[in-house]
Each structure stands twice: as structure tokens, then as C-alpha cells.
Design a protein around this ligand. Structure first.
Ligand code: PRP
Length: 181
């Protein structure tokens, strides 16, 4: 039933599988002896992070934070709130922040700075989607699944008014779904 609201598929299930395998290999090569903490930013990280970590052949620890910026609309607001903090000390640890999308970069900037302030040995970012055209703060994720144009996308963790996160691919909504707003 979700398919009917989608105008076009931007990143297919098969492409996401291949991305997770590729990035999982790269992260394994870089971090296999470092016992990193993979920090997922809820809620959007869930499907991609879930797939990615199964492609990382190494010991790692999982952590989660909830940092909110969109508040249900289609535009990113500048107002960042940490609504759930990490419950693991990061002092001296290697942190990999896992995201579904980097858009303005504000969310990641806040989390990266916080991890470094708390004494993380290193902080890197892995994201399924990168939308560089949306950037308002300077930030280059180290591990990028795919670069996308400045379009509002849903699926594979990304929502519109909390819906469509469970779509098994990334797509663009038909304008009529949100056009009346
Ligand atoms: C979305 C997305 C990223 C962030 C990216 O999260 O999951 O975390 O926005 O935007 P930015 O680069 O402009 O900061 P959101 O705040 O909507 O929370 P969610 O993951 O629960 O949907």
C-alpha cells in the first residue's frame, strides 16, 4: 500500500544492499582493531544501521542518541534538540555516527562536537544518503552510500510526518501526498 504514494524510486533495495556491503567492508578495514562505538541517531538510522552492522566483521559496541531537527515537516529547522543522550562514555573511544541522511549538516555537527568535547579519540560519519546541496554548515561525511539531489525523500528510515520509514527503498513522494500542506 505504501508504493502507491511514491512518484519514483531513488535508491532501490538492491542498491542499499550493495551500499551496506561496500561501507561495511570499508569500516571493517579501518576499525577492526579499534572496538568502535557505532552511534545511531534515532529514529532514521534504524534500518540502515541494522543492515550495515551485519556487514561489519569485527567487535563493536552499539549506542543510540535521539536528536531531533525536522519536527515532522519537510524542511529542516535549525532547532536541534537532544532528546535522548548516549549512555556510554566515549572518552578515548573511536565513534562512528550512523545516519540515514546528512542534509544541512546541523545534526551531525552538534553530535560530532559533543563527542569530541567528551574526549572521543576519533569521530567519523557513515550515512546512507548525502544531500550536499542542502548544507548550511561545512561537513563532509567520511563514508557515504549515495549522493542525492535536493529533493525531499522518504523510506529506509526517512519519514514524512513519521510515516514511510518502513519503505524498503528510498523514494520521492507524489506531490499530492504533502502538496495540500
Ligand atoms: C533527520 C535525519 C537526520 C537529520 C538530517 O532526522 O534522520 O538525523 O534529520 O538533517 P540535517 O543534516 O539537516 O541536520 P530528524 O531530526 O527528522 O529525526 P528522525 O531521524 O527521528 O526522523
Amino acid at each position: 500500500m505504501l508504493d502507491k504514494d511514491i512518484a519514483k524510486v531513488l535508491v532501490s533495495e538492491e542498491e542499499i544492499d550493495a551500499i551496506a556491503k561496500r561501507l561495511g567492508k570499508e569500516l571493517t578495514a579501518e576499525y577492526k582493531d579499534k572496538f568502535p562505538i557505532v552511534v545511531g541517531l534515532l529514529k532514521g538510522c534504524v534500518p540502515f544501521m541494522g543492515k550495515l552492522i551485519t556487514e561489519m566483521d569485527m567487535h563493536l559496541e552499539l549506542g543510540f542518541m535521539d536528536v531531533s531537527s525536522y519536527h515532522g515537516g519537510i524542511e529542516s529547522s535549525g532547532d536541534i534538540k537532544i532528546t535522548k543522550d548516549l549512555d556510554i562514555p566515549v572518552q578515548g573511544r573511536h565513534v562512528i555516527i550512523a545516519e540515514d541522511i546528512v542534509d544541512t549538516g546541523r545534526t551531525i555537527r552538534v553530535v560530532m562536537d559533543l563527542m569530541l568535547y567528551r574526549g572521543a579519540a576519533s569521530v567519523s560519519v557513515v550515512t546512507l544518503l548525502d544531500k550536499p546541496a542542502g548544507r548550511v554548515v561545512s561537513l563532509d561525511p567520511e563514508y557515504i552510500g549515495v549522493t542525492i539531489p535536493k529533493e525531499f525523500v522518504v523510506g529506509y528510515g526517512l519519514d514524512y510526518e513519521e510515516k514511510y520509514r518502513n519503505l524498503p527503498y528510498v523514494g520521492v513522494l507524489k506531490p499530492e501526498v504533502y502538496g495540500s500542506k
